[in-house]
Design a protein around this ligand. Structure first.
Ligand SMILES: Nc1ncnc2c1ncn2[C@@H]1O[C@H](COP(=O)(O)OP(=O)(O)OP(=O)(O)O)[C@@H](O)[C@H]1O
Length: 625
């Protein structure tokens, strides 16, 4: 059976294609400049095998000219040009990429710069143009041709004249509509910005005639206007340069030029990988926290380039959340782009790059910690919280991140790593101890700390809400478990007083039972404390939720009223205990008063709210009178 050809309404197809592939109109300029760059590249490749052509870099450039009166924008190049047939085939057939054919025919494989591959970019001009006119003269031809189309009723080709080899594309910019403004594509400042954004690293100069002003001599506010041809793009992608050629200043300048931040970067990471996936990247660890970093407006991501052309402003997939503070760019020629060059069809390569980048950032942070401690601490002050967040949320990364964590040490009075803590642990110390609270000063005064610090053990201070949650995820470091100084069992060797404590506890069982009853619903137990030395009372916790965790969970909007299981611990060696004993024997009402007072005191020490502050102050008055 004879096969029938599909028919398509080409006008509709073109319209649909143009308006559905691209999300931003400004992209058309990127596409036309990329085509111009490809055309010059082709000239370069041709010169390699054709002796009649000499490729003198200075003769090759792209020029962008806007004419507001005529509402035209012209993009011209000194590239290879197109014959009549080329115009018909390449611009008359949607999805026919002459550039891809050129690459294949010339067996240009690795390390090429030719951008075009889908054969659709050119038509993006119709997003902003009523009419597109292409005048071209191919290399080796003495004739020039004009291709013209309004994007609806096909195209025309006719012979014309053109002095030099190359292509000139003129677009008649659409009139503004109620919803859309097209005037911006005739404004020099806007065109410059679009070129800078997407085509800054095109290898050939992109020139514009820029109007400049000079103050008239002897005047305050009178100006002479003159036009000057300027090259808009930087051309040389510094990420393709050899690291040895670049100074810290070069990296800092690039950071500023690309507006990655207002600060100076704390560290730069230059990566060139030529393996399973090829890519170059320049990454930065900023010095300061961006003002919106911890807000939901903040978007993580790296700039993504393919062959020097910007594909995505912020490619979020390139960075794990715990390294979301990293700024910079990645350029790869191995990416599978979709036809809009906006998103990637297959993300295998991207995943490989992301994995690679993640391990590079980690190793760079490790070396910063080892070699430039002060800088690392500065970094940690800004972004340590994010690393802890990573430990908490990303199970697969916790091993990699744990060595980057730091906490304030009770002994060293400065930030220490877990590695440093463990290496200093005395032999008889079983656990890594920590205490959680709002500030170092408050933690320092916690009664629960006494026994552990008296033993000479170091305690890590947790002052950020994420700390305890992250540590719970780690559960141990180098086989040493983490233990809160407020937890029920501190794992400290029982001393000779232990037996006495037990017998005394039994002796006063009824007192403790009564206190437990008075505090029923508030605490799960009332016990003799083994950890208190000078303070009369403290709260300890049993189970998974600590007091600090309770505070954080309670502050959440959708809190499930999760509470720590609290134990009131009483110091039997404190005089207050004698008062409790007396009250128990003689005056039950007093026992009630004392128990509530002690419980509320313990709450205050922990920074927890007292349920009824008025009753508490009344209770205080009662004992004063
Ligand atoms: N300035 C130019 N000089 C020479 N040839 C050009 C020029 N612009 C376009 N062409 C030819 O027209 C073809 C189609 O261009 P178009 O922009 O539609 O697709 P592409 O660049 O090949 O692919 P992509 O859609 O990936 O950009 C190109 O492959 C090229 O052969």
């Amino acid at each position: 059976m004879a096969k029938k050809q599909f028919k398509a309404e080409s006008k509709r197809l073109l319209e649909m294609m143009i308006n559905s592939i691209y999300t931003q109109k400004e992209i058309f300029l990127r596409e036309l400049i990329s085509n111009a760059s490809d055309a010059i590249d082709k000239m370069y490749y041709k010169a390699l095998t054709d002796e009649t052509i000499t490729f003198n870099q200075d003769d090759y450039y792209i020029k962008v000219v806007a004419d507001k009166e005529k509402r035209t924008l012209t993009i011209s190049d000194t590239g290879i040009g197109m014959t009549k047939d080329d115009l018909k085939t390449n611009l008359g057939t949607i999805a026919k990429s002459g550039s891809l054919t050129f690459k294949n025919e010339n067996e240009i494989k690795d390390g090429h710069d030719i951008i075009g591959q889908f054969g659709v970019g050119f038509y993006s001009a119709f997003m902003v143009a009523d009419v597109v006119t292409v005048t071209s003269k191919a290399v080796g031809s003495d004739k020039a041709y004009k291709w013209e189309s309004d994007g609806a009723d096909g195209y025309t080709i006719e012979e014309t004249t053109k002095d030099s080899v190359g292509t000139e594309i003129t677009i008649k910019v659409k009139e503004n509509t109620e919803d859309e403004s097209y005037d911006e594509f005739l404004e020099d400042y806007r065109l410059k910005a679009i070129i800078k954004k997407y085509s800054d690293f095109i290898r050939y100069p992109i020139k514009m005639d820029v109007t400049q002003k000079n103050r008239k001599e002897g005047t305050e506010d009178e100006w002479d206007e003159y036009t000057e041809e300027q090259t808009i793009n930087s051309m040389v992608p510094i990420w393709r340069k050899n690291k040895n050629e670049l100074t810290t200043e070069d990296y800092e300048n690039f950071y500023q030029e690309k507006h990655y931040g207002f600060d100076k970067p704390l560290k730069h990471i230059h990566i060139s990988v030529d393996g399973a996936v090829r890519y170059n990247a320049i990454l930065y660890i900023p010095e300061n926290i961006p003002f919106d970093y911890y807000s939901k407006e903040f978007e993580k991501g790296l700039e993504l380039y393919s062959n020097g052309v910007l594909i995505m402003d912020k490619c979020a997939d390139l960075l794990p959340d715990h390294f979301s503070f990293v700024k910079g760019m990645v350029d790869s020629e191995d990416l599978s782009l979709n036809i809009s060059r906006e998103i990637l069809q297959h993300d295998r390569q991207l995943k490989l790059i992301a994995k690679n980048i993640k391990s590079k950032i980690k190793s760079q942070l490790q070396s910063l910690l080892k070699e430039e401690r002060e800088k690392y601490e500065q970094f940690y002050k800004s972004f340590g919280r994010q690393l802890k967040y990573g430990v908490y949320t990303d199970f697969s990364s916790k091993d990699a991140l744990q060595d980057l964590l730091m906490f304030y040490s009770s002994k060293e009075k400065k930030m220490v790593t877990l590695e440093e803590y463990v290496s200093r642990m005395p032999e008889d110390q079983k656990y890594i101890y920590y205490a959680a609270g709002e500030t170092h000063e408050r933690i320092e005064k916690l009664p629960q700390l006494e026994l552990v610090t008296d033993k000479g053990y170091e305690v890590l201070y947790f002052t950020e809400d994420i700390d305890e949650f992250a540590i719970r995820m780690l559960s141990s470091y180098k086989e040493k478990e983490f233990k809160s100084v407020s937890s029920g069992d501190l794992g400290i060797e029982e001393d000779e007083n232990q037996e006495t404590t037990k017998s005394e506890e039994n002796e006063h069982k009824e007192l403790f039972d009564s206190m437990k009853e008075i505090l029923s619903g508030k605490v799960t137990d009332v016990r003799v404390s083994k950890r208190l030395k000078t303070h009369p009372v403290c709260l300890a916790t049993e189970g998974e939720v600590s007091i600090e965790m309770e505070k954080i969970l309670q502050a959440m909007p959708d809190n499930q009223n999760i509470k720590a299981s609290k134990v009131l611990e009483i110091n039997m060696n404190h005089e207050v205990f004698q008062s409790l004993k007396r009250a128990f024997e003689t005056d039950k009402e007093k026992l009630n008063l004392y128990t509530n007072l002690l419980y509320n005191q313990a709450l205050l020490i922990e920074g927890l709210p007292i349920t009824d502050p008025v009753e508490f102050t009344n209770d205080v008055c009662k004992i004063m009178i």
